[in-house]
Design a protein around this ligand. Structure first.
Ligand code: ATP
Length: 319
C-alpha cells in the first residue's frame, strides 16, 4: 500500500483534527502518501483532494472543528454518487480510505466497500456517543465538559434568583450527554429519549424539594426527548411559577478537545492506519474497556447502544 486518504464527515466533533494528524503522521512515517479529502463525501465526489505532508498537520491537535472541513452530502446517499466517489478514488490511485464521522458517515464508508471494494476503515466521531460496540466516540468528552461548565454557570444564577432552569442539550436519539451532564452537575431531572417522562411526578418532586429548602432546580433535556419549551409548558402550570430556558445548541460542538479526546483521537488514528496496512478493512476502530479493537462497521452500526439505566437511577438518587 502506497497511498491512502482521510476525510471527516457529518457533524464536526472536537478531536477530529487530532485523528487527522495521527493518520497523516503515522502514515507518512510508514512511507505512505496521505491525501486529505476536503468537505467529506462532497469532496470525495468532486475530487477535492490535497496531499498532506508531515508539517501540514502541525499544531492542529488542539483545534476544534476539522481543518479538512465537513459536509452532509445527499448525493453520496445514492448509488450514482458513490460510484462517482469510487471513480475519483481509483483515478487518484488511493488504496485505502479512513472515514472519521458518525453513524451516517460510517454507513457510507461501508457501502463504498460493499459496492466498490474500496478498503475503508472508520473512526467513530460524534458528540452523541450513539455508535454501538465502542464505549466512547471522539468529541463526547469535550462536549460533556462544555455542557458541565454551562450548567454550573446556570446553577449560580438559578440559586441567586431561586429559579428553575431547563437546559436543552444535543442528542437526537441518545440521552448520553443529558444523562452524564445531569449526573455530574446534580441536576434535579434528566429527560432522555430512552425513558418516558412523567411530568406530574417531576413537578411534584420539584415542589417537594422547594419545600425542603432547595433554591434552584436544573432540568436537563436531550433534544430528541422533547424541546425545552415543551418541558417548560408541561411544568409551569403544575409548579405554578415561571421557568427559564437555555438551549445550548452548537456551542456543544466546538472548543479545543480535552486531553481525553485528544488521546482517543490520536490512538484511533494510528490504529486505523495499522488496520489498513494489515489489510483489515470495512472495520471501525472501537474503544472497549481500555483497549482499541477493530469491529466490522455493520456490526457496530446494527448494535443498538442503550442508556445505562442504573446510572440514570443513581443520578436521580444523588441529586
Ligand atoms: P453526526 O452523528 O454528527 O450527525 P453523521 O456521520 O451521522 O454525524 P450524517 O449527516 O448522518 O452525519 O451523515 C454524514 C454523511 O454521510 C451524509 O451527508 C451522507 O453523505 C453520508 N451518509 C449518511 N447516511 C448514509 C447512507 N445511509 N448511505 C450512504 N451515505 C450516507
Amino acid at each position: 500500500m502506497k497511498k491512502i486518504a482521510v476525510l471527516t464527515s457529518g457533524g464536526d466533533a472536537p478531536g477530529m483534527n487530532a485523528a487527522v494528524r495521527a493518520v497523516v503522521r503515522y502514515g507518512v512515517r510508514h512511507g505512505l502518501e496521505v491525501i486529505g479529502v476536503r468537505r467529506g463525501y462532497s469532496g470525495l465526489i468532486d475530487g477535492d483532494f490535497v496531499k498532506l505532508e508531515y508539517k501540514d498537520v502541525a499544531g492542529i491537535t488542539e483545534k476544534g472543528g476539522t481543518i479538512l472541513r465537513t459536509s452532509r452530502c445527499e448525493e453520496f446517499k445514492t448509488e450514482e454518487g458513490r460510484e462517482l466517489a469510487a471513480k475519483q478514488i481509483k483515478k487518484h490511485g488511493i488504496e485505502g480510505l479512513v472515514v472519521i464521522g458518525g453513524e451516517g458517515s460510517l454507513t457510507g464508508a461501508h457501502l463504498l466497500y460493499e459496492e466498490h471494494k474500496i478498503p475503508v476503515v472508520g473512526i467513530p466521531a460524534t458528540i452523541d456517543n450513539d455508535i454501538g460496540l465502542t464505549d466512547m466516540c471522539i468529541g463526547v468528552d469535550t462536549c460533556l465538559n462544555t455542557v458541565m461548565d454551562a450548567v454550573q454557570k446556570l446553577k449560580d444564577t438559578a440559586s441567586s434568583h431561586e429559579r428553575a432552569f431547563i437546559v436543552e442539550v444535543m442528542g437526537r436519539h441518545s440521552g448520553y450527554i443529558a444523562l452524564m451532564a445531569g449526573l455530574v452537575t446534580g441536576a434535579e431531572a434528566i429527560i432522555v429519549p430512552e425513558i418516558p417522562v412523567d411530568y406530574s411526578q417531576l413537578a411534584d418532586r420539584i415542589l417537594e424539594e422547594r419545600r425542603r429548602g432547595k433554591i434552584n432546580s436544573i432540568i436537563i433535556v436531550a433534544e430528541g426527548a422533547a424541546s425545552a419549551y415543551t418541558v417548560a409548558r408541561h411544568l409551569e402550570y403544575r409548579i405554578g411559577y415561571e421557568t427559564r430556558i437555555t438551549i445550548l445548541g452548537h456551542v456543544q460542538r466546538g472548543g479545543s478537545p480535552t486531553a481525553s479526546d485528544r488521546r482517543l483521537a490520536l490512538s484511533m488514528g494510528v490504529e486505523a492506519v495499522d488496520a489498513l496496512l494489515d489489510g483489515e478493512v470495512d472495520v471501525m476502530i472501537a474503544l472497549q474497556g481500555n483497549k482499541l479493537v477493530r469491529v466490522p462497521i455493520m456490526e457496530a452500526l446494527s448494535t443498538k447502544k442503550t442508556i445505562d439505566k442504573k446510572l440514570y437511577e443513581i443520578a436521580y438518587m444523588l441529586s
